[in-house]
Design a protein around this ligand. Structure first.
Ligand code: M6R
Length: 594
């Protein structure tokens, strides 16, 4: 939650660059925005609640003077979205400014102490303790960097923060623990940011901070210090992502752009096969149990992993929600492989579980964001190659996670035939994308619905769950994904002529059973949207509307392809309902709090 940027330039005005960079992080939080720049011994501060464009048209951030500064987009945790609670926060003298991402768990005790010492607070945030602590420590004689070091000895919780101070011009000091922060090293321009899309336009040279590292940006370059205060060198990762990858490139929204990039994302992730094979060779024969751990959409990818590993390899496999992991952690041992799935690699629940699993078991992380915390903590890493995903709804990262899981499972099972079939998946997705106009038309029929059901069996059950999650998060229509066989054990009581039911019915061993389940809901009046194979006459006859897919995509491959029309459905329903699919209310792309 929240995005931060800090920047020092040698010869240029910083505000337009801060504004541009922070706009690329709007997916991390969009209830308020603020910038602080400094020059001539004075901090200039502009901030307010609202989306970036709205606030910018009122405040005109770009005209702020100064060649160094910090910026923030907020997803409120402590205190409602308001001007006062927006970042940056200042000390009382207005000489220190701070932006922060994360939660300071002991802020109330610190706040009480500071108030008793005469400090006055203007906001309800946990963050505001930081500028006051910095003020206190600098008054005791510390410079900004040493004061930041002392602050991180006092605050508890998860954070990434950046600070500037007029007493030390042309400098940004930043640090992190548990919330992400990367460093960008350009030519005469130096950055810190929550994520690389913020700075891709300016530099591809990225360094990653470890917990407790401090980075000092000045006009002359970047200095890194580790948690023991020793100057260290950092490896520079030269990202092969282009700035356009973080732009809409003519699409109305990032979500539809990213849905349309799924064939490429899969093709690129298939290129990781050799690296995945090396991991498989290492773990093969040493494990007798697999546990997947993830949240949200990544949890649905994990459920497909369970079906794959159990059916192809026969190793008992469980899937746990990361937030519930600790209740099962005691059952792990050194013959368990724990697989963590996370597009961001920064989800707090997932990282907490990863740390616990590392103590007893082998761990593998399947992650899209390079250099993210999960990639630095797991024993093995599979890097999905979806490129930057900006839309809050996970789409191309989801299919990339899936293809990585398919590769891993097929290699573990030595299933050459499946490995061959996977090569054709990008073409199947391409065929679906070519027919996306059909889904756009169908979406109009669902725009006024309040509820919807999605049903599937076996490999199609996670498709139903993911289709329902997409619809609710992007369109705000209440949607339930159900194992089709489970419907008659309760939820069928809700079915009537007002409830649409999306039936995921690919060819395969469950086909006849899912068609019986279709009949059960149809008999109760439900409106049926069938997703099935081209030429499936029964499905066409029994459904009110259908979307048809290449019949070579059977139940085993269905999770990779059948999800695409459901993503498109949620996108178009959202747009028709005049919502913003890229920034659904109350959500953020990266959930760094437990
Ligand atoms: O970054 P992660 O994959 O760990 O994120 C997990 C969930 O927060 C995420 O999948 C969430 O459910 C998305 N909004 C789904 O579109």
């Amino acid at each position: 939650m929240c995005g931060i940027v800090g920047c020092v330039l040698k010869n240029d005005k910083v505000a337009p660059i801060l504004l541009d960079s922070i706009s690329k992080l709007e997916y991390r939080g969009y209830d308020s925005i603020g910038l602080a720049t400094a020059c001539d011994g004075k901090i200039n501060l502009k901030k307010d609640a609202g989306k970036i464009d709205e606030v910018n048209s009122k405040l005109n951030f770009a005209e702020m003077p100064g060649n160094y500064g910090i910026a923030h987009v907020r997803w409120a945790t402590h205190g409602d979205p308001s001007k006062e609670n927006s970042h940056p926060h200042l000390n009382s003298a207005g000489t220190i400014a701070v932006v922060h991402n994360g939660i300071i768990e002991n802020y109330l005790a610190i706040k009480e102490d500071l108030i008793s010492e005469g400090y006055e607070f203007k906001s309800d945030t946990d963050t505001e303790v930081i500028p006051h602590l910095l003020d206190k420590f600098m008054k005791e004689g510390l410079d900004l960097e040493k004061a930041v070091r002392k602050v991180i000895g006092v605050i508890e919780g998860a954070y990434a923060l950046a600070a500037i101070c007029t007493d030390e011009p042309n400098k940004v000091v930043a640090t992190r623990k548990d919330s992400p922060l990367i460093v960008g090293i350009g030519e005469d321009e130096y950055f810190v940011a929550s994520d690389s899309p913020a700075i891709l336009k300016y530099t591809n040279n990225i360094a990653y901070l470890d917990k407790g590292d401090i980075v000092i940006l000045t006009e002359d370059g970047v200095t890194f210090k580790d948690e023991n205060d020793k100057v260290i060198k950092k490896e520079i990762d030269v990202l092969d992502w282009s700035p356009e990858m973080a732009e809409k490139e003519g699409y109305d929204h990032f979500m539809i752009k990213e849905i349309n990039e799924q064939d490429v994302a899969i093709r690129n992730t298939l290129g990781e096969k050799k690296k995945i094979k090396a991991i498989v060779d290492d773990v093969k024969g040493t494990i007798n149990r697999v546990v997947f751990v993830a949240c949200g959409t990544s949890y649905h990818a994990s459920l497909t992993g369970k079906y794959l590993i159990e059916s192809l390899v026969g190793i008992p496999t469980e899937v746990l929600l990361a937030s519930e992991f600790k209740y099962s952690a005691k059952a792990l041992n050194d013959q368990t492989l724990v697989i963590f799935i996370s597009q961001s690699g920064e989800t707090a629940d997932t990282l907490k579980a990863l740390d616990a699993a590392n103590e007893v078991s082998k761990t593998l992380a399947i992650v899209n964001v390079r250099g993210s915390s999960a990639t630095r903590r797991a024993d093995y890493v599979i890097q999905t190659q979806a490129g930057p995903e900006i839309g809050v709804a996970a789409t191309k990262t989801y299919v990339s996670q899936l293809i990585a899981i398919y590769l891993f499972s097929a290699l573990l099972a030595d299933d050459e035939e499946l490995l061959k079939r996977l090569e054709k998946v990008p073409d199947y997705i391409d065929e679906v994308l070519k027919k996306q106009g059909i889904i756009r038309e169908i979406s109009h029929l669902y725009k006024r619905d309040k509820d919807a059901f999605f049903i599937g069996r076996g490999f199609s059950y996670p498709i139903a769950l993911e289709g329902a999650l997409k619809l609710k998060e992007i369109s705000y229509i209440h949607a339930e994904g159900y194992a089709a066989g489970e419907l008659k054990h309760g939820p069928i009581a809700l079915i009537d002529e007002h409830i649409p039911v999306v039936v995921v019915a690919p060819p395969g061993e469950d086909y006849k059973k899912i068609m019986s389940n279709l009949q059960e809901v149809k008999a109760r009046g439900a409106d049926i949207l069938g997703i099935g194979a081209k030429g499936d006459k029964d499905l066409i006859d029994e459904s009110d509307n259908v979307f048809l897919i290449n019949p070579e995509v059977d139940d085993i491959l269905a999770p990779l392809v059948y999800i695409v029309p459901l993503q498109l459905l949620s996108y178009h329903v959202s747009v028709i309902r005049k919502l913003d699919p890229d920034k659904p209310k109350n959500l953020a792309k990266c959930v760094t709090v437990e």
